[in-house]
Design a protein around this ligand. Structure first.
Ligand code: TXA
Ligand code: MG
Length: 351
């Protein structure tokens, strides 16, 4: 057991003094969980193999799943990558700092533990003021996967991190809830641009600056037999204790189907949870009914998704029926996470 230090820091008025200990911990090879605009990250010195191993151990993460390296300024890139392709420059200019991770050819300084042996490296410059200042104060590139136990929903609030990692990491910075609520978009620009993981920056936003962009086919619904280019995408993920099943189709049909599934499963003695939207919430009369947010505002759904998945655990439900939402703009990333939480279990109703 590690004696985890928890520091509360207000992102709106950061007391730099309070970040000093965390920056020092990073420089000395320790682990620090900190908020970013996407989800909380668990950081360590990316150039220190021992520190990186501590991250894998704390999370229980498979070693073939590479980590994202976080930087505070564009100049920090030079040491970490071989070349900066023209498309990367365009993306960095437009989306950094922010929820976009770019895959580059790996520079010599990057240790094997970071990349799981790949010849590429993932880099991101976060916009969250605490993340940005902490990385700058540490004066190091910081490896940071999401600060959850491997397999659990990513943490969007400090309490999620504390539940998963207290006693396993040196420092947790409690700095409020994460604005985006989903992880960064991962884009490979070493060849023809391709989205390896949908996330906080949408395909439409990327296409506005790069033109047509492909999505790794392996991560699309129904292609479970293809191997994803981003190793992390092959793992089932984001799973609460209860089994998640997605119900898709036209909204009225979804509601109807969930009603009958609820009845059936309650007859079997199961405690049923329903993951719905603001628009449908009142249509479910009783039981553990939690809304992800409004269908009119998909950013609100992205923001609450992981928190709601974790709330079902607190309610002790055995099975969760989740309404699908439209797979456009941020809905693409939302459905990607939901489908993984459900282990690809989808019930299709008519349209
Ligand atoms: O928003 C985020 O990206 C958060 C915050 C903390 O920055 N981090 C995050 O890290 O989501 P993690 O480790 O949970 O997810 C990293 C993803 C994994 O799917 C991993 O396989 C992929 O990025 N990845 C890392 N390096 C890669 C590489 N060289 N090539 C392809 N995929 C890579
Ligand atoms: Mg993760």
């Amino acid at each position: 057991m590690i004696d985890t230090k928890i520091y509360e820091i207000d992102p709106k008025s950061i007391e730099k003094e309070r970040l000093k200990f965390a920056a020092k911990t990073l420089r000395e090879g320790g682990t620090v969980a900190f908020p970013t605009e996407t989800v909380y990250g668990l950081g360590g010195n990316a150039l220190d193999e021992k520190a990186v191993k501590k991250i894998f151990k704390a999370k229980g993460r498979p070693s073939d799943n590479p980590l994202i390296v976080h930087i505070a300024k564009v100049e920090d890139l030079d040491d970490l990558v071989k070349v900066i392709p023209e498309n990367a420059k365009i993306l960095m200019e437009k989306f950094w700092p922010g929820p976009l991770t770019i895959i580059f050819e790996r520079g010599d300084k990057i240790p094997d533990v970071i990349t799981g042996g790949l010849d590429t490296v993932a880099i991101r410059m976060p916009s969250h003021p605490i993340a940005n200042l902490l990385i700058e104060m540490a004066g190091l590139p910081i490896a940071a996967p999401s600060a959850n136990l491997s397999g659990k929903p990513s943490p969007t609030k400090a309490e999620h991190v504390i539940n998963d990692l207290e006693g396993k990491v040196n420092v947790i910075i409690s700095g409020g809830s994460c604005e985006v609520g989903l992880e960064s978009t991962v884009v490979d620009v070493t060849g023809k641009p391709m989205i390896l993981r949908p996330g906080g920056v949408t395909k439409e936003e990327l296409e506005a600056v790069l033109g047509n962009i492909e999505v790794d086919l392996a991560i699309e619904e129904g292609n479970v037999n293809l191997i994803p280019k981003s190793p992390g995408m092959k793992y089932t993920h984001y799973s609460p204790q209860g089994e998640v099943i997605i119900v898709s189709g036209a909204v009225e049909k979804i509601v109807e189907k969930i009603h009958s599934l609820k009845q059936e499963n309650e007859k079997r003695g199961l405690n049923v949870g329903i993951m719905c939207t603001d628009e449908t919430k009142t249509l479910y009369k009783e039981g553990v009914v939690l809304s992800m947010g409004s269908r009119e505002n998909v950013a609100s759904i992205a923001n609450h998704l992981f928190d709601v998945l974790r709330m079902f655990d607190e309610e002790g439900v055995d099975i969760i029926f989740a309404e699908s939402i439209e797979k456009k703009s941020l809905g693409h990333a939302v459905m990607n996470r939901m489908i993984k939480a459900a282990g690809y279990h989808i019930i299709k109703t008519g349209r």
